[in-house]
Ligand binder design. Structure first.
Ligand SMILES: [Zn+2]
Length: 460
């Protein structure tokens, strides 16, 4: 198999070449799902074959040492096809060192060819500018536009701050075409055990551009019931996270009704869209429970309360296993910059007690309303809100910012601005020639969903 090589030829030619390479890759490299299937089914078959070969070799070998060597070689060569496929996948997701380490024991022609492909791609890598990485965010996606845009009092808000599934899919497709690669916030900088921060290098081929993605309020709030959104995240029959949606007649259907399963599938089909398996950040409040489960103690009279808590824990764990990360979005969706210190303390404690106990530790805080606890100057120990939030374990802080990318690396924290890709942002970018909020990511005219009632109401 061949990895995409970097060509300096004219653009059209380059694109044609890339398409050919992609076609080639399609022919020779199965997607992640197929690889996992092969890994599961193939390993057992191959090991049985290896065992038979080994037994034959052991019988025919003359001494113990050569018998052992024969067994080792037989097992190794049985493992090789799987290991090479996994190494190809790792290299496609930019983890060149892991891929090379995986191929290391092999010296067949196929292994040597893959090794030299990976080594040559590795030589062309460029460090990303961490200060130019866009962080985009969404809310739960509108799965059924006829229910969200039905003239009810909630319609205007959904039209402003939500994104439809069709829009999301087209955004991801165009961003992938433009070379965007999904990374984790933790790939940008690391907070060391002593509290200091070390900036990290994201090494990518020159035509690739990193971005961060988050989804706010993944709680499927009560007010959204019946409005065309998923109702909760569940673990599907294939062991992967998926969504449930309640139908008008009360029946439940399962499918790709929100960001999580849609993005998971997109990455499965385009492994090079994700840097080392990174997915998005899910920001959660606590007052209506999490992930569509009514886990807040105020629901403890529900007959299914204990089961819901356990189910939410299992789903959270499953999401982490699939590359998703979690963030606090405060317990009560409070403006953390303006509420009293006492309220901030109570709200934070409540989030830790009722949400973190379900989803596990997190060091990311995503401010509700995008409202930061101070201006653009660096946080200092004089800011008691920062001191409090830092003391309970938050190191990464995300606001909402008008810039295409905004990053601040403090001495003991990381702060990043986020961009809302919603109806409001798209509509006013589209109708106003002087506004250009989105053209670095996608062509808004081809993304904007024609189902939206117009005009999208202005904010405020
Ligand atoms: Zn929110």
């Amino acid at each position: 198999m061949k990895l995409i090589s970097i060509s300096r030829s004219p653009k059209k030619k380059e694109e044609k070449k890339k398409t050919q390479k992609r076609e080639q890759k399609k022919l020779t490299l199965p997607d992640a799902k197929t690889i996992r299937w092969i890994a599961a089914a193939g390993v057992s078959l191959l090991l049985v074959a290896a065992l038979i070969i080994a037994i034959v070799l052991i019988i025919s070998a003359s001494d113990n040492d050569s018998r052992l060597a024969a067994v080792r070689d037989a097992v190794l060569s049985a493992r090789e096809p799987i290991e090479l496929k996994l190494a190809s996948l790792e290299a496609m997701q930019y983890d060149y060192d892991s891929a090379l380490a995986r191929i290391e024991p092999f010296s067949s022609e196929a292994a040597n060819e893959l090794r030299s492909d990976i080594e040559s791609e590795k030589q062309g890598l460029v460090a990303a500018d961490n200060y130019a990485i866009p962080h985009i965010f969404f809310h739960s996606l509108i799965a059924d536009t006829s229910k969200a845009f039905d003239g009810e009092y909630t319609e205007a808000g959904y039209n402003q701050v939500m994104t439809t599934i069709a829009e999301f899919n087209e955004m991801m497709r165009q961003m992938y075409e433009r070379g965007y690669v999904l990374i984790s916030l933790h790939d940008i900088a690391e907070v060391n055990p002593d509290g200091t921060v070390t900036e990290k290098q994201i090494m990518l081929p020159p035509e690739k551009k990193p971005f961060v993605l988050s989804v706010d309020d993944v709680c499927y709030y009560e007010y959204m019931d019946g409005d065309g959104f998923a109702s909760r995240i569940v673990i599907g029959e294939d062991g992967k996270p998926t969504c449930e949606m309640k139908q008008d007649d009360g029946s439940i259907i399962t499918g790709d009704f929100d960001v999580v399963p849609l993005l998971d599938k997109f990455v499965e089909e385009h492994p090079d869209f994700s840097y080392r398996g990174a997915k998005g950040i899910l920001a959660l409040t606590g007052y209506n429970g999490v992930l569509g489960y009514r886990t807040c103690p105020s629901y403890s009279d529900n007959p299914t309360y204990n089961d819901d808590v356990e189910a939410a824990k299992a789903v959270a764990q499953n999401l982490r296993e699939h590359g998703w990360e979690f963030a606090s979005h405060s317990w009560g969706h409070r403006n953390m910059g303006t509420i009293s210190m006492e309220n901030l303390r109570t709200d934070t404690q409540r989030w830790e007690d009722e949400v973190e106990t379900i989803i596990g530790d997190t060091d990311i805080l995503i401010y509700p309303f995008g409202a930061d606890i101070s201006g653009v100057k660096k946080y200092t120990e004089a800011n008691e809100r920062f001191v409090l939030l830092k003391s309970v374990g938050f190191d990464y802080f995300c606001n909402v910012d008008g810039n295409r990318a905004w990053l601040q690396i403090g001495k003991n924290y990381v702060r990043q601005g986020r961009r809302n890709l919603d109806g409001y942002r798209m509509y006013y970018d589209m109708i106003n020639d002087k506004r250009d909020w989105l053209s670095d990511l996608f062509d808004v005219n081809t993304v904007f969903d024609k189902c939206r009632p117009l005009p999208v109401p202005p904010m405020g």
